[in-house]
Design a protein around this ligand. Structure first.
Ligand SMILES: [Zn+2]
Length: 329
């Protein structure tokens, strides 16, 4: 056998070995990592440190969006590549604002009220570097359970033992004071959930406030009634910067910026909810507020701009914390 032949044979063998190796690696795929990055996102707005906290997601039926034809609705969802097979996947977000002298949480997530797709806010708060005991103020936009259940632990103790919980008076009256007998049977479970969540807080810790009351320096409540009777946004100021944490003003970014007249099934007063949305969209776009939205795609931070005769959402771009990079140099 010539050495040249042997050389060719060993090349062939090496080639075969490579093929075998390749097919072996096809048979055993590289294991995928089952975990997402922690659900928090941080940015500075003026002197405020703002941390978006992901509580999870919920699917809602597209038919809940009302005041638009079925075709038109489907087109808007298609344009944004939103898959509706299981319903519209909708984020549930809370926001932690460190003012330097106060640590404020706006909305507390669903805790265990709606099953495993929600209730991650507390874990994401810890992942973001803070502890629940550090929070001194909780501002609730409204008392729907996906915003309020998180104020209590599963064992009925306060999730934020050192915080005062602020609730708009009209909202507290509706959810906490209405006699159960006067509530539609189908809604009673919701009322029960939020009452159970608020129960661990004494009257001193659960502060009801009027729209004109000053809550904290640099923080104003902005009545945006309709979705619920006392639904309220919070406007944070730092220097010339403004951040509006607006709760449930928009439930779907693909639909309600382009068609702010579209309402959602869960609105208690649809006409009032629509009017509040129009007012806040107009004000936010004109004054170039930063927006934080409880049901906008996480982290739900960005701006509203005018587009044609309606609006469009401009999400924040991922950025490092520039201040800390500079001080680290
Ligand atoms: Zn909500």
């Amino acid at each position: 056998m010539s050495s040249r032949f042997l050389f060719r044979r060993s090349l062939l063998a090496a080639g075969l070995a490579a093929v075998v190796a390749a097919s072996t690696s096809l048979a055993e795929p590289i294991a995928k990592q089952p975990h997402q990055v922690p659900g928090y996102y941080r940015m500075n707005i003026g002197e405020l440190e703002v941390t978006a906290l992901y509580d999870g997601y919920v699917h809602f039926d597209p038919a809940w969006l009302k005041g638009i034809s079925k075709d038109n609705l489907q087109n808007l969802l298609n344009e944004m590549f939103i898959n509706t097979e299981e319903g519209i996947q909708t984020a549930v977000n809370g926001y932690l604002i460190n003012t330097g002298s106060h640590l404020i949480l706006v909305d507390a997530g669903a805790a265990e009220c709606f099953g495993p797709t929600m209730g991650s806010l507390a874990n994401n708060l810890r992942a973001s570097g803070y502890k629940p005991e550090q929070i001194d103020t909780v501002l609730l936009t409204h008392l729907h359970p996906d915003h309020s259940c998180g104020v209590a632990n599963a064992d009925g103790t306060p999730a934020f033992p050192n915080a005062i919980i602020y609730v708009p008076q009209a909202e507290a009256e509706f959810w906490l004071d209405t006699a159960m007998g006067d509530i539609a049977e189908t809604d009673q479970a919701f009322f029960d959930m939020t009452r159970t969540a608020m129960a661990p807080y004494t009257e001193e810790k659960l502060q009801r406030y009027q729209p004109d009351d000053t809550l904290l320096p640099g923080v104003k409540s902005v009545p945006a009634y309709g979705h619920t009777p006392g639904h309220t946004a919070y406007l944070f100021s730092s220097g010339t910067e403004r951040l509006m944490v607006w709760g449930d003003i928009v439930h779907n970014h693909a639909v309600q910026f382009a068609h702010p007249d579209v309402v959602i099934e869960a609105d208690v007063d649809t006409d009032q909810a629509r009017a509040s949305r129009l007012q806040l969209l107009s004000r936010s776009s004109a004054q170039k507020f930063w927006i934080a939205g409880a049901h906008l795609p996480f982290p739900g931070l960005g701006h509203v701009r005018v587009k044609s005769d309606a609006y469009a959402w401009v999400p924040a771009e991922f950025s490092p914390i520039v201040d800390s990079l500079e001080s680290a140099e």
